[in-house]
Write a protein that binds this ligand. Structure first.
Ligand SMILES: Cc1cc2nc3c(=O)[nH]c(=O)nc-3n(C[C@H](O)[C@H](O)[C@H](O)COP(=O)(O)OP(=O)(O)OC[C@H]3O[C@@H](n4cnc5c(N)ncnc54)[C@H](O)[C@@H]3O)c2cc1C
Length: 479
């Protein structure tokens, strides 16, 4: 019997598990996919928003500002890439200036520090690549960028290092409550028939959090998927700007942005279109055209031809206009409708959910042997030549480069298969190490990685998938 079962291991479920794993509790994370962080948490803009966008008084505003203040420390503890590069909302003309002034006022009411409006000369000195007629901008020096999937892996991994269990390919399909009062508990049944029992459930199932609430008998909200398409440019375009550059927002969101990533690429997007299908991750020609047109308008010299990949993330948009974080019935907690700024808010949401659980009566005693930190996936890459040579002398696999584009070694790939939460498929290795993320997108190193994984895991090559669910890398032997 678990004290808490968390349904959905994205950044929200992972952060909640990490927060709860400080205490003497038996915790499990139930994840439908073959790895953690495969939902919105791996396909987003990766921005730690300063907090001027959300409506004052909402949970979004509160947790955005709290989370933005916590993020640098959390990333340092968890070995996650983070950079305080600042963000600007660029204005063209008087209408935009009015919007910027409103955002400034809203940001101040939300408690965002250091916000101000920069005039043309300062703006162009900050970002020389901006279009000539950009004439003012809201500047948020506390804005930052982070690696969102590393954050998710690290939060889940840190919770596991502290005893939390992770059940993959566990798609919760049925929730039943037994007993009442102090003795009451839930049984969660997966699609494949596996069952677990838990006294408390946290619903952090992203796009499907409405279905999970429904299963528990408190389905009071609906989630609509909102598509966001992106283009990722290679590192030759990575220094087109230093800040994250937004246009003035609309009611559909914060608009298309231009942002460096923590790994030195340039990210363009997202689009914003409500759709019906929660599994439709397609990237459309129309969406990409819209991104290119807007980027050309704002930063005409960005080379959109240096695109190396495009992808789509789906925002889990609730029907209340705010995050839905509550305790609608005994032992059942929602952390639902966590659209943007959910990534930024994640540490603050986790702290709040832990408080809700404690307030509901669960005894939470701190562990004596809690592990607060974790080694970064990229520790080897950050060493100088002399330090690398010392590592290679002890562990020769760090001297063998597998991914030539990103310069990733066999040692780093093995680490991704060994460290919590272990990579179980090819994309799992890619997201943890960056092997296959460079210009050739895995054309060279992909087959090596498949072979290494099969050998390490002791499974046939034909059983390995790209991204779970039947996406086999090889279908038969040819010679
Ligand atoms: C296009 C886009 C841009 C964004 N940009 C930003 C940004 O720049 N900054 C920011 O702060 N936020 C941003 N966000 C928001 C942020 O990405 C999300 O708020 C955050 O990732 C939500 O995390 P989550 O854990 O709730 O959801 P998810 O990451 O979607 O995780 C939910 C998990 O639940 C699992 N699940 C679903 N159903 C079941 C089931 N039945 N049983 C078991 N598991 C299940 C899923 O497989 C998934 O892993 C953006 C989002 C999008 C889509």
């Amino acid at each position: 019997m678990f004290d808490v079962a968390i349904i959905g291991a994205g950044v929200i479920g992972g952060m909640i598990a990490r927060e709860l794993s400080v205490y003497e509790l038996k915790i499990c994370m139930l994840e439908a996919e073959n790895d953690v962080g495969r939902g919105s948490s791996s396909a987003n803009s990766a921005i730690v928003h300063a907090g001027f966008d959300a409506k004052p008084g909402t949970l979004k505003a509160r947790f955005n500002v709290e989370g933005s203040g916590m993020m640098e420390r959390v990333c340092a503890d968890l070995g996650v890439k983070y950079k305080k590069n600042g963000s600007i909302v660029v204005g063209f003309g008087e209408e935009d200036r009015k919007t910027l002034e409103e955002l400034l006022e809203r940001g101040r009411r939300n408690g965002v520090r250091e916000l101000y409006i920069a005039e043309k000369e300062e703006l162009h000195a900050m970002e020389p690549g901006l279009a000539e007629d950009a004439d003012c901008a809201l500047v948020a020096p506390t804005g930052a960028i982070v690696c969102p999937y590393e954050l998710t892996f690290a939060a889940v991994g840190n919770a596991m290092d502290n005893g939390a269990e992770l059940l993959l390919n566990f798609e919760a399909e049925k929730i039943e409550e037994t007993g009442s009062g102090k003795d009451a508990y839930y049984t969660v049944e997966a699609k494949d028939g596996r069952k677990i029992e838990a006294r408390n459930i946290v619903n952090s199932a992203g796009l499907y959090s409405d279905a999970i609430a429904e299963m528990a008998g408190c389905g009071t909200f609906k989630i609509t998927p909102r598509r966001g398409e992106y283009m990722l440019l290679d590192k030759t375009s990575g220094n087109a700007c230093s800040c994250t550059i937004f246009r003035t927002p609309t009611k559909m969101g914060k608009g298309i942005l231009i942002s460096p990533t923590v790994d030195g690429n340039l990210l363009l997007g997202p689009t914003s279109v409500n759709i019906d299908d929660k599994e439709d991750f397609s990237v459309t020609a129309e969406g990409l055209d819209r991104i290119i047109a807007q980027v050309r308008r704002e930063m005409p010299k960005v080379n959109t031809g240096s695109v190396i990949t495009s992808f789509c993330g789906l925002r889990a948009v609730g029907d209340t206009g705010d995050f839905i974080i509550n305790n609608p019935k005994r032992g059942f907690f929602n952390a639902a409708a966590i659209e943007s700024p959910g990534l930024t808010s994640s540490p603050a949401i986790a702290r709040y959910v832990a408080e809700l659980i404690r307030d509901s009566g669960l005894e939470m005693k701190k562990k004596d042997n809690y592990i607060a930190t974790r080694r970064a996936y990229h520790w080897f890459r950050e060493l100088d030549k002399e330090e690398r040579n010392k590592v290679i002398a002890k562990e020769p696999e760090y001297g063998h480069v597998i991914c030539r584009c990103e310069n990733i070694t066999e040692g780093e790939i093995l680490n991704a298969i060994r460290q919590n939460p272990r990579a179980t498929d090819i994309d799992g290795v890619k997201m943890r190490t960056r092997a296959q993320m460079g210009r050739c997108q895995g054309g060279f190193c992909g087959p090596h990685i498949v072979k290494m994984m099969a050998e390490f895991m002791g499974v046939p090559i034909l059983s390995l998938t790209k991204k779970g669910k039947g996406s086999f890398m090889n279908i038969q032997k040819t010679k």
